[in-house]
Each structure stands twice: as structure tokens, then as C-alpha cells.
Design a binder for this molecule. Structure first.
Ligand SMILES: [Zn+2]
Length: 426
């Protein structure tokens, strides 16, 4: 099967070259798209008229949290958090303790729908549900596949809820990696014992995977590392072997010294920037200086809109980073390189967005980045093709009944919020 896009204005996502053409988009994990002159008369496949529309490669989220999807609009925590640690304790660790199989499924479906509608066809997720660990990754994978969004998942292993739950996290990771590609998730250095860290690295080794971990998101992570291990976070990860994998993803990396930056720059690991989350948590500002080229962007569960993440990376970069138009676009597109250079499937050229973008000014190869930064938004995403399948048509998900799923997620959110009242975070 294939989808035909007729009379499109195609923008090459790498060269930014514009081309007036029709396209045949083939289905499959390693599917391709072809430029064609005419749509075959007997085409039994879907044909979309793209006259006046722009077609380009769809987007990837480099760091997401399905588990936070049902948090939107929930009541204030019992205690007003005064710092990052208290935000985790009174908000996120209270919420994740209350997740069960149904609310995980609702969270994953809602996240996949939101991602698809923003033109994101691939999500790298970091999941936590300490009292529903077993089978959680499979639930998320199935939910994403139902919508048609590709995924690279991991379970957030941590000792914060005791060694039994850390053990379950390790087991869930191994069960998942036995059957499909994924990563070995760790929460952050400050909630990981040496033994858990060592075993996580062994798992990554065994399954040719990598580590996905939050790094120095707040100064607290560094303070605890120095106090408990007499070394800094990246040194600790390096010594444990976590930086030897090209699939390793380090989230945030805000509070690093030059030695730690060198360790990252001289490795093959990837850093993922999440500017809006950093602003929301008041933990600091990302600065790429000294980190090397392997930097991609994520949402950190704040939302699923990568165009928004790209813009915020640029704006924060004005005061705290050195970032220009090509630089922020490169960071936005780097996730494709992360996926492709590491041999992950499902991010081929048959993943596309059709943008209904009305512009008051000329748009072309030379000024595209100005439009990308100041003009093009998620609201312009009209159709989305994932793996050669049309998963969003006229801004509606085609693969499921969106209304029914949103009803289900609202029901699950209400139950979750009620359950959270019974948690004593202290
Ligand atoms: Zn995160």
C-alpha cells in the first residue's frame, strides 16, 4: 500500500531545497517515498491533493514522559513545592505511584494522539509507574502502535521506592528488550545506587542498547553525587560505563563542569535539551558550550509539540547559549540522526507532514528557517504520514476514535487524581 501526495511543494528536510512534485509514499518500517510526475489512474490508494501545501519530513520527540499525560488540570499538591526535589516528591512521584494499567494505557493513547496531531511520528519515552511496573512498556508500545506513532521506550529504574521496585524495573526492562529495541531507563544519579547503576549498564551491554537518564537537571543531583560518591554525576556515569553506548541519552545536562562536558564531548552519547521544562521547574538554563554536536530536543512530558520545543530552545538560547537559525534547526532534526545512526527502524523518508501554511511573505530555500522559527506551528499540521500510513487526515487521527479515547482518558484522570489524595509523600 501507498499514499499519493499530489501537486505538493516538497521541502527537503536536510538541504531545505524546494521542489514542486507529486509523491508516492510507500508503507513499511524502512519504506521510502518517490517523486513522481503523475498519479496512476488506477490507484486504489489514498490520494491527497497538496496544492498550495508544504510537505516535509515529520518530527521526532527526543525525550517524553507518557506518565505525565493525565496531570493537566489536576489540583495543587498537598504541599507547595519549594524546590526541584519537592516538585518531584509532591507532584510527579505522587502521581506515578498511583498509575495502574488502565491509566498508563490512557496516558499513552493521549500522548500518541497529541504527538501525531503535532506531526511527531516518533517518540523516545521515559516511563515510571512504580506500583504497576510489570508489562507497562508493552501497554505503552501497543497504545502507540494503535495510533501509528513509532516509539523507543524505557522504564525509569530507580531506588527511590525501595530495592524491590528497582528490581522490578530491571526485570521489566529485560523482558521488554528481549523482544524489541528499547533503552535502559534510569531516573537520575541521585536516586540510583551503585549496584542498580551497574546492573543497568550490564543490561544495556547485553541487549546492545543504551542508558536513558536525567543528568544534572538541578544542582541537587550534583550535590548528592558529590556527598555520597565523592564525584560528579557525569564522572560517576562514565566510571560505571554508561557513556560507552552511542544509544545513551542524557536528559537536561544543565549543571556540568568542564571536565564533565569533556567526558560527554569525547563520547558518542546524546544530550537532550528540554527548555520549557527547565523554565517551568526553575532549575536553570541549557548551554551547549563544550558539549559537542550530539544535542537533540525533547518536551520532557510538558506537551507533545516539537515545533514549540524548537522555538523555546532558540529563545532560551538568546540569553544563555550560542544558537543561530541553522543551529536550532539542526538540534530539532538531530533526533533523526540519533535514530538512524543507531540502526533504529521506522524513521525513514516515508514519515511526512503536510503543512497548510499560509504566509504573508515569500517562502523559499533561503528564508525557510525564518518561517520555521516565526511562522510554522503545530496548527499548520494538516495531514501526517507515519511509516507510509496516513495517521492524521485533516487534523483528525484516522486510526482510532479520538473522542472515545479522550473520554477514557478523562475518566482515568479523575480516578488518578482521587487516588493521589491518599498518598502521603512525606
Ligand atoms: Zn524527563
Amino acid at each position: 500500500m501507498a499514499v499519493y501526495l499530489k501537486n505538493a511543494s516538497y521541502i527537503d528536510w536536510q538541504t531545505l531545497e524546494f521542489r514542486n512534485t507529486s509523491l508516492k509514499v510507500n508503507e513499511g518500517a524502512d519504506g521510502k517515498m518517490e517523486f513522481i510526475n503523475e498519479i496512476p489512474a488506477d490507484a486504489s490508494c489514498e490520494v491527497i491533493d497538496c496544492k498550495g501545501k508544504f510537505v516535509t519530513k515529520s518530527f521526532v520527540c527526543g525525550h517524553h514522559h507518557v506518565y505525565s499525560a493525565l496531570a493537566r488540570g489536576m489540583g495543587a499538591p498537598k504541599k507547595n513545592p519549594r524546590n526541584f526535589y519537592e516538585i518531584l516528591k509532591y507532584v510527579w512521584w505522587t502521581l506515578d505511584k498511583c498509575l495502574d494499567k488502565d491509566s498508563i494505557e490512557a496516558s499513552a493513547l493521549a500522548t500518541a494522539i497529541a504527538s501525531a496531531k503535532c506531526g511527531v511520528t516518533y517518540v523516545i519515552d521515559h516511563h515510571a509507574s512504580p506500583f504497576a511496573v510489570e508489562g507497562s512498556l508493552e501497554i505503552i508500545a501497543k497504545a502507540f502502535e494503535k495510533i501509528g506513532v513509532s516509539h523507543l521506550l524505557c522504564y525509569e529504574i530507580s531506588d527511590r521506592d525501595g530495592y524491590d521496585i528497582a528490581e522490578k524495573g530491571l526485570a521489566e526492562t529485560e523482558n521488554y528488550l528481549k523482544y524489541q529495541p528499547g533503552l535502559v531507563g534510569l531516573h537520575a544519579s541521585f536516586t540510583i545506587s551503585d549496584e542498580t547503576l551497574e546492573r543497568a549498564v550490564q543490561l544495556a551491554d547485553k541487549y546492545d542498547s543504551g542508558i536513558h537518564i536525567h543528568v544534572a537537571e538541578d544542582k541537587y543531583d550534583q550535590e548528592l553525587c558529590v556527598r555520597n560518591y565523592n564525584q560528579r554525576v557525569v564522572e560517576r556515569l562514565h566510571d560505571a560505563g554508561a557513556l560507552k553506548f552511542s544509544k545513551t541519552i542524557l536528559g537536561h545536562c544543565l549543571h556540568l563542569d568542564d571536565k564533565e562536558k569533556d567526558l560527554i564531548k569525547n563520547s558518542k552519547v546524546w544530550v537532550v535539551q528540554n527548555s520549557e521544562s527547565n523554565l517551568n521547574n526553575n532549575v536553570g538554563y541549557f548551554n551547549s558550550r563544550g558539549l559537542g554536536e550530539n544535542i537533540m530536543l525533547g518536551t520532557d512530558g510538558m506537551h507533545s509539540d516539537m515545533l514549540r520545543s524548537a522555538k523555546s530552545a532558540f529563545y532560551v538560547g538568546q540569553g544563555f547559549d550560542s544558537i543561530d537559525y541553522p543551529g536550532f534547526y539542526k538540534r530539532f532534526r538531530n533526533a533523526h540522526q540519533y535514530l538512524n545512526s543507531n540502526g533504529f527502524n521506522n524513521d525513514g523518508e516515508n514519515n511526512l507532514v503536510v503543512l497548510d501554511y499560509d504566509t504573508p511573505t515569500e517562502i523559499n530555500q533561503n528564508n525557510f528557517l525564518g518561517h520555521f522559527l516565526f511562522g510554522i506551528e503545530a496548527k499548520h499540521v494538516q495531514h501526517v504520514i507515519s511509516g507510509g500510513k496516513l495517521i492524521v487526515k485533516d487534523r483528525k487521527v484516522t486510526t482510532v476514535n479520538e473522542e472515545e479515547i479522550l473520554e477514557f482518558s478523562k475518566e482515568q484522570a479523575t480516578k488518578l487524581w482521587e487516588k493521589m489524595k491518599s498518598i502521603d509523600a512525606d
